[in-house]
Design a protein around this ligand. Sequence first.
Ligand code: SF4
Length: 588
Amino acid sequence: MILVRTNRNAEPFLRALDEQGVPYYFSGNRGLFQRPEIRELVALLYSLSQGAREEHLYLLAQNAYDVPGEDLNRLVHALPVETGRLRPLLERVARGGTAIEISEEGRTRIQAMLADLEALRSLARDHRTGEVLRAYLERRGIIKRLRTPTHFEDEIQARNIVKFFRLVQVFGSVAVVDRVPLFLRHLSMVMDHGEDPAVADLSEESDVVQVLTIHRAKGLEFPVVFLVQAANDLFPLRSWGRGLDVPVELAPGEESSPELHKEEERRLCYVAFTRAKEELITTHAADYGGKILRARSEFLSEAFDLGKPVPPGRRRRAMEELEAHIVEGPDGLPRLERPAAREPIHLSHQRIADYDTCPLKYHFLHVLSIDPILTMDHRVNFGNAMHQAVAFALDRHRLGQRPTFDQVVEVFRSNWRSEGYRSEDHARRRFEQGVEALRAFVQREIEGEPPPTDVERTFRFRLGDVVVSGRMDRVDDRPAGTTITDYKTSELEEDENADQKARDNLQLSIYALAHKELQRVRPARLDLRYVLSGTVGTSTRTEDKLERTRDRVRAIAESVRSGDFHAQPTIRNCSICACRPICPESVV
Ligand code: SF4
């Protein structure tokens, strides 16, 4: 087991396990209702009730009955000219009463799904929710499969299903009548309140590396435990001031203080140490990025009598860091160190854009990991503040808590930095432009559109020895397929066409590739939304285009691997480059 202090600290360890192909389980931040096996059960229950929406049937057909994606796409595209509803269309397909071209396999699977739904619908009339769910799991052979798990993922699914059943049981024990529609009404209220129970934990015997926060590991024991990042300010976590005090008259003795915070952290450390049955390994480093070097955790010093931690030395300055990485080439000329031959190359859209702009910039930021100098460019600062406000608004909308315009502007204001503008007046005009754009955005996309499925969805996939990761601004899973959206805070030039920009956009191509690699299906649409004007550029990606994107990613990875970090100094590149203050090649 690997123990981390917070979920965020797990990231480098998950990446390393990924790279080495070591199976692991990380429960992370996602709740029970986000798990695919639970989404399937919820979609089933909705499909049995009057309130079924098209996406429930679609999800069931796609995920539970494996109806081929091509067949589903054809059906969804036929919706407007047929009945406009998916269920009657599926029934006609099952009877062979439509001209839509569906594979034999697809038809058979649709028939099986409709037969199950018919049987379960009649069962649901006079049976409790749990009995209906159990009948479904048995019909689908899920109980049998999970009873003899062949993979640790089976065990996770089984435990999550048991946890969901407990919710159903609790409802059944307090409800006057326990029937599927009433349970769904209850579930919808639970979800509307933003409640999402934690996913189940794996058993201690599971043969995978479990990555857990210390809080989640309470009560569990493992033969070997790694307590990682045991460095000061990471563990104990730094206390960020007094925060919001609890009124003493409401909770006598609960007032907060740095001492109480440290005491609480010390108790957690005791929990961490005592999770190990045979071996406890602790790790710490001096350099975790950022400006400060860190000493060994004082808790390690206390527990193992190691004496006072030695204060870390000074962090190397950027140029010292650069010089330390310069090696002499065979021609006697200095050459920048390159990544080891067999190490995977990590790329994201940002890294690819940095390499395209200037390979030397890529080297500064992503090989030497030199902290970017705070940029003074107003476009970057404006874009960042707008992006934070838009992401906040969409995420609240996703959770069913529509944000007000004032709340969105408050996020914009708190992320606003006034550096880099031509004058105070320029900064003021840009701020006002941002506020007006957000007003229109809230009316258009928060009040006028259904919520997104996901906001800032992270992804990671491999192309051979290249690991590609990133984050999608917005994802909408709909019956007609998935739409992935990237928000732009720049403006379209007069002669630019939004659709063409979306078609040419590499970032969207990488998102499409991620969706294809991870979901085995291409997204239906890829959009660019320009927040300032409300213009939307729409595009799709063909298999050919995805293959060209793969080639491009591999080509950049090859250049990185070969150590090609030549400078591409131009006034445009250097004027907004975060490395300009340390770059000997800068032309501005
Ligand atoms: S300042 Fe110019 S030359 Fe130097 S890294 Fe940045 S873009 Fe490249």
